[in-house]
Design a protein around this ligand. Structure first.
Ligand code: ADP
Ligand code: ADP
Length: 227
């Protein structure tokens, strides 16, 4: 699903080497954590996969395609096939959970008659089918984050990237969000989670990639948090 071959990313102007000769392979269907101190290169990795940044060296392939050869429209198509979840996921305040998730289908080619079933299924996956008429203010932060996950998966992306998805949540909500991400993974989506949440990484074990100053210093198939 994701292939990096000797990838380096140096940002212009500041000349920060955010990723330094990183090679890795994430197979279809995997659940992978990406850990490392702030500034280690986690967001840069996500940016490369989304083609928001181009590698200075090496090659990035997503779903078998080399991103460097992509042009405008294909980049848009690529991004549509990748679900994203961030620390702060802005839901639209005036729309209920159902409509927030449905909103994500507007830009896809899914016929409108299929939306209700799609949205309901996505809300079921995140355990919020019973809150579909709730407005964001009526939901806890954890529930809002789960709606954001439903929004990210409603178009059935083969890949989901989550960057600090529990960064603003208390421990209980964090665990719920993690379980939801595992649930998404069980349904066939490849999931990559960049996180600082040591307890989650230790409790819910998955392959863990560790970055240190842009270098991939550990790739542990059994997981565990050691920076
Ligand atoms: P994280 O929360 O993962 O530690 P940061 O707070 O370091 O991330 O960065 C948040 C966003 O700001 C990222 O998208 C990153 O690419 C961008 N960013 C980080 N450092 C810089 C910088 N020195 N100059 C410009 N953008 C930056
Ligand atoms: P993380 O997500 O692990 O905190 P980042 O990928 O955000 O790490 O950052 C890696 C390094 O690259 C840091 O030194 C950061 O300051 C720098 N950086 C990130 N984004 C940018 C950017 N857009 N321009 C310049 N430097 C950046």
């Amino acid at each position: 699903m994701i292939d990096l071959k000797q990838v380096s990313l140096e940002y212009p102007v500041t000349r920060t080497l955010a990723l330094d000769d990183v090679s890795l392979h994430v197979a279809k269907g995997e659940f992978v954590y990406l850990v490392g101190h702030s500034g280690a290169g986690k967001s840069s990795f996500m940016n490369l996969v989304l083609k928001r940044a181009l590698p200075t060296r090496g090659e990035v392939r997503v779903a078998g395609e080399a991103l460097t050869r992509f042009r405008g429209r294909r980049t848009a198509l690529l991004r549509r096939r990748i679900g994203t979840v961030f620390q702060d996921n802005l839901l639209l305040d005036h729309l209920n959970a159902f409509d927030n998730v449905a909103f994500a289908l507007r830009v896809t080619g899914v016929p409108q008659r299929e939306w209700p079933q799609r949205v309901t299924s996505a809300l079921r996956t995140v355990g919020l089918e019973h809150k579909k008429y709730a407005l964001p203010v009526q939901l806890s932060q954890g529930e809002q984050q789960r709606v954001a996950i439903a929004r990210a998966i409603v178009s059935d992306p083969p890949l989901l990237l989550a960057d600090e998805p529990t960064g603003n949540l208390d421990p209980d909500n964090s665990r719920d969000v993690l379980k939801v991400l595992q649930n998404v993974n069980r349904r066939g989506t490849t999931v990559v989670v960049a996180t600082h949440a040591r307890d989650l990484v230790e409790t819910y074990r998955h392959r863990t990639l560790t970055l240190r100053k842009g270098k991939l210093v550990r790739d542990d198939p059994y997981g565990g948090y050691a920076l």
